[in-house]
Write a protein that binds this ligand. Structure first.
Ligand code: DOR
Length: 413
């Protein structure tokens, strides 16, 4: 495979402690060298990264690719094309598929589809309970052997505290992180569960995380209280990390007035005070990861015509710009830590650095404004509350295992 020379960018690698202008050479799927003025080789392709930032590949640890079962919402091909356009070199996909990702055989089938269709790396999150029913734990070692990097019933909370506790005990010897969707089901309603439902579910799982010492991650935090609870649990020995989505960082429930039924998302959009608490948690280090919860649905499902509108937004293609909008003033190294280094560490996967020998997964982005037009998304999901918004940062190129998987039109020309 011909090599690639990424020239003249600001290379930021928080893990290696690098923030300097320079060139990056990759070949055979790996980072070869970083240097001030690397000489191009004859067979090498060149990307001009001047005026851009060169970072270890972004990893979105919370994505719904909808296969198997819901190809009308998204497929591995369309979801991972959306990922690379959004600057992601890897995604972790959630198990609320049909069938659910609760058995090694189903995961094996998924891995075959990924090998055939995916444009970026895909790490499966397997279900926490059989059929995601919240009744019986899955066979965690078997799922881990089949490639699962974590376990979650995302979309639903495991209703029974005892099942959750026993599942965590059973999974102790397995590496994969437990990922909680926090929404006490007794509060579920089409208009969205109130903050107390999220706080209660998070408090319970954090207590179980303290008691069991299982490694835990709280998905899509949306309330100020959950952030406090996470800090509280950490002080008591919980091995817990957490994430926030672009929409929860900056959008409040007022969006419902503009978007109507399509504004439905779980957890729901909340108050200014909640958004501010999440943003503070990004700046002060409490939050570990930014993740989109990319949750594509068909236009009809989002319209609310036939039933309550399906919850969730298309997130992959707006993420980098929306995070920058929400987190103005965040140091670049911290931005990259939240999008690359930390997700790699939480999932226990390769990536998160551009050191020589690391996988050649690279995200190149620039401080350049653009306007969101969902009709141009690669994702089948076209609903985003950021539609029409002017965002301050955009992806210039995405390189996966040394191959250019996305190149902004002005560079491709
Ligand atoms: O809004 C959401 N949609 N939240 C979730 O947790 C699940 C997701 C989905 O799968 O559509």
């Amino acid at each position: 495979m011909a090599g690639l020379l990424i020239r003249g960018g600001r290379i930021v690698d928080p893990v290696a402690g690098i923030d300097a202008r320079g060139d990056l050479r990759v070949s055979d799927g790996l980072v070869i060298e970083l240097g001030a003025q690397l000489e191009p080789r004859d067979d090498e392709r060149i990307i001009d990264a001047s005026n851009a930032i060169v970072a270890p590949g972004f990893i979105d640890m919370h994505v719904h690719l909808r296969e198997p079962g819901y190809p009308e919402k998204e497929t591995i091909a369309t979801g991972t094309e959306a990922a690379v356009r959004g600057g992601f070199t890897a995604v972790a996909c959630m198990p609320n598929t049909n069938p659910a990702l609760d058995a090694a055989e189903t995961l094996g089938d998924l891995q075959e589809r990924v090998a055939r269709d995916a444009r970026c790396r895909v790490y499966p999150i397997a279900a926490m309970t059989l059929e995601r029913k919240g009744l019986q734990p899955c066979d965690y070692p078997a799922l881990a052997r089949a490639g699962a990097v974590g376990f979650s019933d995302d979309g639903d909370t495991v209703r029974d505290a005892r099942v959750m506790f026993e599942a965590a005990m059973l999974a102790l010897e397995t590496d994969g992180v437990f990922i909680s969707h926090c929404e006490d089901p007794s509060f579920a309603s089409a208009s969205g569960a109130p903050a107390i439902a999220e706080d209660l579910a998070a408090a319970r799982d954090l207590l179980i995380a303290i008691a069991t010492r299982k490694r835990w991650h709280i998905a899509h935090c949306s309330t100020a209280r959950v952030i406090e609870l996470i800090a509280w649990a950490r002080e008591r020995g919980a091995r817990v990390t957490c994430e926030a989505t672009p929409h929860h960082l900056i959008l409040t429930s007022d969006v419902a007035a503009d978007l109507g039924p399509a504004s439905r998302v779980n957890p729901p959009l909340r108050t200014q005070a909640d958004c501010a608490a999440l943003r503070r948690a990004v700046f002060d280090g409490t939050l570990d990861a930014l993740a989109t919860d990319h949750a594509p649905h068909t236009a009809r499902e989002k319209s609310g015509e036939d039933a309550p509108a399906a919850p969730g937004f298309s997130g992959l293609e707006i993420a980098v710009g929306a995070y920058a909008l929400a987190l103005e003033g965040l140091p670049l190294a911290r931005f990259i830590e939240l999008l690359s280094c930390n997700p790699a560490q939480i999932l226990g996967v390769a990536g998160g650095t551009l050191r020589a020998g690391a996988p050649a997964d690279v995200t190149i982005f620039a401080e350049r404004e653009w306007i969101v037009d969902p009709s141009r998304f690669a994702s089948k999901g076209k609903t985003t509350p950021f539609s029409g918004r002017r965002l301050p940062r955009r992806v210039v190129a995405t390189v996966v295992a040394g191959e250019i998987r996305y190149l902004a039109p002005e560079l491709a020309a």
